[in-house]
Structures are given as C-alpha cells and as structure tokens.
Design a protein around this ligand. Structure first.
Ligand code: COI
Length: 411
C-alpha cells in the first residue's frame, strides 16, 4: 500500500522533482483530479508535518491524460488572440503558514485547480489578501525564460503584508516559487512577440476568523496564465474619463499596497465608463478631488516639454515596478522626471499622457475626458511613450542588453 502510494506520488511529481530537486513534495492519496498534499516543513532545525491542503483540480481528465508540462510547446493555443483573460495552466504553487508560527516553510507545486477555503476565512470575510502581477517572457533564442525584477514584487508583497497584518514569504522563497511555477507551466509561455506568461502570486488569510482580527492561517499561492495585450484594442491608444465621485483610496488607506480590496471598489466606475465608450477610468484624490492618482489597474504619467511627471507615491498610489523602471529609463534619456502632486490642470495641459503597469506595460493615452470636456494628447511614432515601451520590452524579452540587472533568467 505504502509502496503503491509512493509510486503514485513519484508519477505525479514533475520531472525535476523526480530527480530530487523537490524532494519534500509528497502526494498522499491518488485518483484523478483530487487528493490532498501534505507539506513537510523544516524550520529552525525542527521538521514537522504541518498543514494539509486539500485540492480538487478543475480540469482533472484533461490534465491527467495529457500531461505535457515537460514539452516546450503550447499545443493548439491560439497565440495570436490571447488577450488578457484566464487560460488555466497545469500547475500552481502553494505554501502555507500559521499566524502563530509566522514563517512560511517549504511550499510545493500541485495541479492547477480550485482550492478549498473555510467560509469563515479572513480573506473572504474581511478582505485580508494581497496579490502581485508579474510576467515571464520566452527568450529570443527559445532557450529559457526571463523574469523582470521579481525581487521587487517580493518586497512589495512584504510591505503590503505588514500593512495587512499577514506573515509573508522571504524574497528568496517568493522568487524560488515564481521560478518553479514558470518552469512547471513552461509550455504555456507564449512564443516571443505573442505575449507573456502572466504570474499571479496571492497572499491570503485562509484560516477561519469570526471577529475582526488577523486570520490564524495564511496561504501563499501562485498561478499563471498566458496573456496578450491588456486592453481590448491591443496597443491602440486608450481613452480615459476622470471620475470625481468614486475614489480608489484615501490618505491612511491601502492605496499604496497591492491589496485585493483596492480593486472591486473601482468596478462601478469602470463599468459605467466602458458603457460610455471609454477604455478606463482615471481617479482623483479623495480629499481635494483635484489631483490625479491612478487608472483602475495602472499608474499614470504626463509629459510636457522635456519634463515627465507622475503622482508621487505618498500612500494613495501603488508603487508600480513598471512605473519605477520607466522613471529610470526616462531619466536615462535625459528627461527630468518629477514625482509630485499632479493636478487635473497639469494633466489637461500635457503634450503626452501614458499609463504603466505589468499588465498594460506602457499604454499611450489619446484622450482624457474631464467634466464633459475631452482633451487630446500626442500618440504614435516619435512619442516618448513609444520609445519607453520599446526600451522596456526589449529588456524584458532579452532583445536588448540588460545593463541594469533587472532581468532574471530561468533555464
Ligand atoms: C498588473 O499590472 O499586474 C496588475 O496588477 C493589474 C491587474 C489588476 C490586472
């Protein structure tokens, strides 16, 4: 019985795990599509068997019978029409931690699928959760993959976890988990120029808590999906409408961290904007209703003459990793970059406006509508946003030399 379970476990592990690189992962039970994983955790010299993570694959038959994770191709995926929507991949990474312990130990890869959560979990009841967004690109020579500044995402998650009273993985654990997730799902990394594997690390209060307090248990989970362009019209310039009634965040709130609770509150304004033909919404500060903050899923920049300006990260603005990289690339090109309060008057007087984010990359803005008045901006060839888009994506895809040490190769 034990030998049969061990053989089933070995079969279920990935090729590199079979070779001993992931020796702690052990599958208990068998059967297609559901089972339970037990992680064996080694902490400070102690070795103990901790949490049991029950899982149920949402794609059991397909995955069990066609496990192609060690092939280097995505089969019949239509790489030309990816868009930004979920294409379920083969594996996800899961790591757990109790509040009492406060430290994450070894995590493991499992089949991608639904997770089981207490109805009373901190994340469902009180929104105790964070996420990150990252991309892995296929290298131009088709050998291996590239991540972009993954340590920055890890550190941002740690900062957010502090704000949301959650333990968080170390930078090393985070980056290791991301690499494992990419390798396990490597057949889903689009060919170069077709898109990227979008990686979504989550940190959630998964334990039950009835009164308002930190959850007793936390889950760090990473799933991935191949994606193309974020906005429906691809790389075409976007049109924004300024929202002055609904706010994304407020001073003292959580706008400066990537909590899940920053996103549902913008849906109402976003749906309304889309129904009126706009691509997305630009939010104003909640106090003066005068300073621009962010778009629903990205940071914003304005360009006037040789000066590039973006709202300062004073607690209500997400410190975007693309934002930070674009500031550096613009300065390298001789632009003065100011991080400060940016009023709506500054915006409407700009020559050029663009948005940045992992998902949107660098998106030129063709118009902003404020109180019924539409303001237009320069787009297309010879704009700064286009030059920055090319500079950034060339580094991310390995087409240009990475003089900054921003990329991390996964082979
Ligand atoms: C990202 O750019 O990764 C984001 O977090 C945007 C997401 C809300 C779609």
């Amino acid at each position: 019985m034990a030998a049969a379970a061990a053989a089933a476990a070995k079969r279920a592990l990935l090729p590199w795990a079979r070779n001993g690189h992931h020796a702690l992962a052990r599958v208990i039970g068998s059967g297609s599509g559901s089972g339970s994983f037990r992680g064996e955790f080694a902490t400070a010299g102690r070795r103990w068997s901790l949490l049991q993570c029950r899982w149920r694959s949402s794609l059991p038959a397909q995955l069990e019978s066609t496990d192609k994770s060690d092939e280097d191709s995505g089969g019949d995926i239509d790489w030309d029409n990816l868009g930004f929507r979920l294409t379920p991949t083969d594996y996800m990474y899961v790591m757990r931690c109790s509040l009492e312990d406060g430290v994450f130990s070894r995590g493991e890869l499992g089949r991608y699928g639904n997770i089981e959560l207490s109805p009373c979990s901190g994340v469902i009841n009180y929104g105790q959760g964070l996420f990150e967004g990252m991309k892995a690109y296929r290298r131009s020579d088709m050998q291996g993959y590239m991540l972009f500044r993954p340590e920055e995402n890890a550190r941002r998650m740690q900062h957010g976890a502090d704000r949301m009273c959650m333990p968080s993985p170390s930078v090393e654990q985070f980056v290791h988990a991301v690499k494992q997730t990419v390798l396990a799902n490597r057949r889903w990394v689009p060919p170069q120029g077709k898109g990227a594997l979008y990686i979504r690390p989550l940190l959630i209060g998964s334990g039950p808590i009835l009164g308002v307090a930190p959850a007793p248990e936390y889950t760090f989970l990473i799933y991935a999906s191949p994606v193309g362009n974020y906005f429906k019209k691809g790389l075409a310039p976007i049109s924004l409408v300024v929202e002055d009634a609904i706010h994304r965040t407020m001073p003292g709130g959580t706008g400066g961290v990537k909590t899940i609770t920053n996103y549902a509150p913008v849906l109402k304004a976003q749906i309304e904007a889309k129904s009126r033909g706009f691509t997305d919404v630009l939010y104003l500060d909640a106090v003066h209703k005068r300073y621009i903050e962010e778009v629903s899923s990205c940071n914003i920049f304005i360009v006037k003459g040789g000066v590039v300006t973006t709202p300062a990260t004073v607690g209500t603005i997400l410190p975007g990793i693309t934002r930070k990289s674009i500031i550096e690339l613009a300065r390298d090109r001789g632009y003065q970059v100011d991080e400060r309060l940016v009023s709506i008057d500054d915006l409407v007087g700009a020559d050029e406006v663009f948005c940045t984010g992992t998902a949107v990359v660098v998106a030129p803005v063709s118009s902003v509508t404020y109180q019924g008045q539409r303001y237009e901006f320069r787009t297309g060839q010879h704009t700064l946003s286009q030059a920055l888009h090319t500079a950034l994506t060339s580094i991310q895809m390995g087409l240009a030399e990475d003089k900054k040490g921003w990329t991390v190769a996964i082979d």
